[in-house]
Ligand binder design. Structure first.
Ligand code: IVH
Length: 699
């Protein structure tokens, strides 16, 4: 927990006062979040408030009481809505801000598809509606389910509420595919929003901060009669599962939706060049104030669906679409303090504590200051009036100080050189090129409580072990109680509890049912896909994508571990094997070697592997004829670019390698293939042409 001198120097009375203030603030945020669907701060900011409260209590233990928010664990109410699994995930969009980035986006598409300079690619441009996305499932033309986006894979069932939205038909007209999942944005117009707030005020209800919060709060109502009284609207712009797609283009499908009776946005235009796209962007931006509903940018999508399919996805966003956001909104406020947070890898991140200010409809009280150099470069000082910028869902940023308003007694900020949590030295690494890392890191490693807690949170998080009921707050709680210190402890928790070492149900906030659910959720994760397992370890530079690359290459964890240990020597064959994996470079290979060389990690892994078993990688198209095969592409490909070929192979579960070895299963040779082809022949590796490859994977 960051030690802020203001707290350590505090008198007990001042601490009690600050504690009461924090407790009150947290309680208010709890209500806004859980009951009103209208949070005014980000989760990270909320967590920071709770950490400050915990910290005060650790300095002044008498402040702890059962009524303190720190005693509540898992405050979230039990699931209000039934869950709906999205057969086709609801993904998000990448953002761009500058015109050049739009050009880069189109350039990337052209390169990926290998389009010549004269080949044109058309894209749609349409407003990005600032509401909440919703998936409407029609079967035989009749609305059967409506779901929110949720985490993209699972949303909330809001069917009863959506049925009350006037412009969403319960029955579609004309020629409708048997299964037709329409996706779009639910929003509230400016006039309806204003009227709703007037009414709320008159009836003593709470006021909504902006139309998006009002729309979200109205749609996520347990009582559909309340939703019915709230004027919501909808624009269809995408789709999920479809038994037959009604057109070959994005614009064609949207036109088909309109013909079925669904509302679609009238401002969508087809563009044939970057210039067209930027023209539409500016035209839409010019109309922004008079549209009558909030938009926060323009979305571009490749029009041809066959090209969309070839382009596919990177992580959670399509390669074929992007959001061109409008410029960020700005405001000025006072920088009240700078708090240093310590992350999973020990990075010390400065967070600006601000006098709350409204920027673009949201109250901002924290902003990122990035790192030490950034603070020095901007010379922002505590007490300064600063300019805060917020762009969409991006963390607010501090642009600089208003020097004319600087109070006389400010001093330049001195960045700490010890970890505020564990007191270990905090250093800036120097890389191979002799350059100093921008980030200062705590060297405390495993002894640093902040790093340990952050690592555990990562381990249990959704894309890692995904243990339900073991969220950030619970991890902090169990860590503080000394019950979970290393990943394996999660899996021995129930056993230890049964041996009555701890009896978690005696802790405040943990009912019989929640403990039973938690233990069951942990039990359910004793078998885990290898890619998730690797990702969960939190090895530096090994995110989900690299974890998948490693999982695909090694197939099982023991093989990765063996190579990882041997890779300690930078000149070893093992190190070369790692860097030979497509997408894995020297930095990642070194991080892996460092991870496996660390004795504590070895110990933690042994303990963990005694509790869990890894299973084959998930998301591999098991039926694909190339699943699990190692493929090398060489020579000039004519029907697809190298990037596209790689992406396609990986999508089908193959490993793509850059060099031919005994482990290669298949060499796809284009025109003028050279040494790799010769080597493959020599090793007896199967060699096929580009056309044969396409026939094999499409057949
Ligand atoms: S297309 C696979 N089109 O923006 C891409 N999204 O940042 C599907 N949004 O979750 C999204 N207006 O809630 C698309 N015209 C539009 C949009 C739009 C608003 C939202 C949507 C999505 C988010 C992604």
């Amino acid at each position: 927990m960051p030690k802020r001198s203001s707290e350590t120097d505090m008198s007990p009375e001042a601490a009690a006062e600050e504690h009461a203030r924090l407790a009150q603030e947290i309680a208010e945020h709890d209500v806004r979040y859980h009951q009103q669907d209208a949070p005014t701060i980000s989760d990270a900011d909320y967590d920071a408030l709770r950490r400050r409260l915990d910290h005060l209590e650790s300095l002044f233990p008498t402040l702890k009481s059962t009524s303190s928010p720190s005693a509540k664990v898992g405050a979230a109410p039990s699931e209000k809505f039934a869950k709906v699994r999205h057969v086709v995930p609801m993904l998000s969009l990448g953002n761009v801000f500058a015109d050049e980035e739009v050009e880069d986006f189109v350039g990337r598409i052209r390169r990926f598809l290998g389009l010549g300079a004269d080949a044109s690619v058309s894209l749609t441009a349409e407003p990005k509606i600032d509401g909440l996305s919703c998936s409407l499932r029609y079967e035989k033309g009749v609305l059967v389910t409506a779901a929110t986006r949720g985490d993209g894979f699972e949303g909330e069932d809001v069917t009863a509420n959506v049925r009350t939205i006037g412009s969403i038909p319960n029955v579609l007209k004309g020629d409708v595919p048997e299964i037709c999942e329409v996706r779009g944005e639910v929003y509230m117009s400016h006039t309806d929003f204003a009227a709703l707030n007037v009414n709320q005020e008159a009836t003593g209800g709470k006021l909504f901060a902006n139309p998006r919060n009002a729309a979200a709060g109205s749609l996520r109502q347990l009582d559909p009669t309340i939703t019915a009284a709230r004027p919501l609207q909808f624009f269809a712009y995408a789709w999920g599962e479809m038994s037959a797609v009604p057109a070959k283009t994005q614009s064609g499908v949207v036109a088909a939706f309109a013909a079925m009776g669904l509302p679609t946005n009238p401002l969508m235009r087809l563009c044939y060049s970057v210039k067209d796209m930027l023209d539409v962007y500016r035209a839409i931006e010019a109309r922004r104030a008079t549209l009558g509903y909030d938009i926060d940018g323009v979305v571009y999508k490749v029009d041809d669906l066959a090209l969309q399919a070839r382009l596919g996805f990177v992580s959670r966003s399509p390669r074929w679409a992007v959001a061109h956001k409008f410029p960020a909104e700005k405001a000025t406020t006072i920088l009240e303090g700078i708090e240093i947070q310590v992350g999973r890898t020990g990075a010390l991140t400065p967070v600006a504590r601000l006098k709350p200010v409204t920027v673009g409809g949201v109250v901002v009280s924290n902003a990122t200051l990035h790192n030490e150099d950034e603070i020095a470069r901007k010379d922002v000082r505590i007490g300064d009036t600063v300019i805060v910028q917020r762009a969409g869902d991006v963390i607010p940023q501090i642009l600089g100080a208003v020097l004319e308003k600087r109070p006389a007694d400010t001093k330049p900020y001195v960045f700490p050189d010890v970890c505020p949590v564990c007191g270990s030295a905090a250093l800036r690494e120097i890389d191979a090129k002799g350059e100093t890392d921008a980030v200062r890191r705590c060297t405390g490693g495993l002894i640093c409580a902040a790093q340990a807690v952050e690592r555990l949170k990562h381990f249990a998080s959704r894309n890692a072990f995904d243990i339900e009921g073991l969220g950030d707050k619970q991890i902090e709680f169990f860590h503080e109680k000394g019950l979970i210190r290393a990943p394996a402890d999660i899996f021995t928790l129930a056993r230890r509890d049964a041996e009555s070492l701890t009896k978690i149900r005696n802790f405040e906030g943990f009912g019989e049912t929640s403990v039973r659910n938690l233990f069951a959720a942990i039990e359910a994760r004793r078998h885990i896909a290898i890619n998730r397992f690797i990702y969960a370890l939190g090895i530096r530079h090994v995110g989900e994508t690299n974890a998948k690359r490693l999982a695909r290459h090694f197939g099982n964890f023991a093989a990765l571990r063996e190579v990882g240990i041997k890779a300690a020597d930078p000149e070893s064959e093992a190190r070369a094997e790692l860097t030979g994996i497509e997408g894995i470079g020297a930095v990642v290979a070194e991080a892996l070697a460092d991870f496996f060389a660390e004795a504590h990690n070895e110990e933690a892994l042994n303990a963990l592997l005694a509790e869990v078993t890894t299973e084959p990688m998930e998301e591999v198209a098991a039926s694909s004829p190339v699943a699990g095969k190692t493929v090398v592409f060489t020579g000039a490909l004519e029907r697809m670019t190298r990037d596209e070929a790689k992406a396609m192979a990986e999508r089908l579960g193959a490993k793509v390698s850059g060099s031919v070895s005994k482990k290669t299963d298949l060499l796809v040779a284009g025109a003028d293939a050279g040494s790799k082809l010769a080597k493959a022949r020599e090793l007896g590796v199967e060699v096929i042409s580009e056309d044969e490859w396409l026939a094999r994977v499409n057949g």
